[in-house]
Design a protein around this ligand. Sequence first.
Ligand code: DAH
Length: 369
Amino acid sequence: MYTVPKLKSYTTAALDKAVETLRAALEQEWKAVKNESEWKAFRDRWMARKNGILTEVNDLWLKAAPKDAKRAVGQRVNEIKKQVEDSVHRAESLYKDAAGTRVALDAVDITLPGIRRPLGAEHPVIKTVHEIVSVFRNLGYSVQEGPVIETDYYNFEALNFPPNHPARDTQDTLFIAGQESKPQRERLLLRTHTSPVQIRTVEKMKPPIRIVIPGTVHRNDPPDASHSPMFHQIEGLAVDTNITFRDLKGTLDHAMKALFGSSARTSFRPSFFPFTEPSAEMMVSCFICGGTGKRGSEPCRPCKQTGWIEILGCGMVDPNVYGFVDYDPKKVSGFAFGMGADRIAILKYGVDDIQLFFNGDVRFLEQFG
Ligand code: DAH
């Protein structure tokens, strides 16, 4: 039976030899374990606090070691400790193997539960974007994308924003720093809307054009329950011969019915955008209260009791915009629209804080799985 010797020498060779002898004994003993009582005896012999082999190794080797050998001995003692624990564990698996067959201990245990990879869920905003895009795809629209870092030219100038339009102000727009030496139209910014992709697309396509443009946009808004410096828009553009405001109304009315159900109604009121003339805001009958302004006896909050929800901006493409892209405004006409996907998702899912969409809390996101 193995017993822990006192060490006479602490040279590497002497330490190696002592460890080697101990290991050989350990190896022989764990493999010999055949039942529970043998296993307990084995475990106690090696691991008991009092007089266990590990304790003795600690006392006789480590504590007794001269200062300059402590490190080397300490390392070895740690390794031995791990091996002993491992062997006790293996010995247990071994005798518990009911048939007594010596299963290779590193073999795969097919009775263990597998590693579950939880399925992810589509983010509610992206889900909403996909729904909206697919409504327009079904109408024959194709999908275009454009850069999030944009030039002043595409974001403002080519969309007919006059040079000193307040939207360019740093209060509203996030500019890339250090570009003072560049002419204004070349300065880079984070696009404030998806409308610049209208220009980028018509520059490379000829009418008829029917496109939708989903994407992220940025504005210099401090985050709160209804604002986020980053949010999502979906833009639409149709250009062809003989496109009229009736086409705009018919298309958007159809889209709202496809999105919110056939009882959805739409209403337009005049507005202003530099790149459309005339411009309008479209309202959709509140899909929370069905347009009544009330939920039972309670007032409907999302529509502020009006029964209508403002959902997008739209209009007929301003002839000035065609001038930037070499289209002949006498031959073609078109309409455009832009909506915020986050706002629609908020209303659809009854979320009361837009920040919940972006701070990555799985407890929130899981609910949409
Ligand atoms: N770009 C506008 C915004 O961010 C939304 C918009 C309004 C887009 C009218 C359009 C449009 O294409 O025709 O507020």
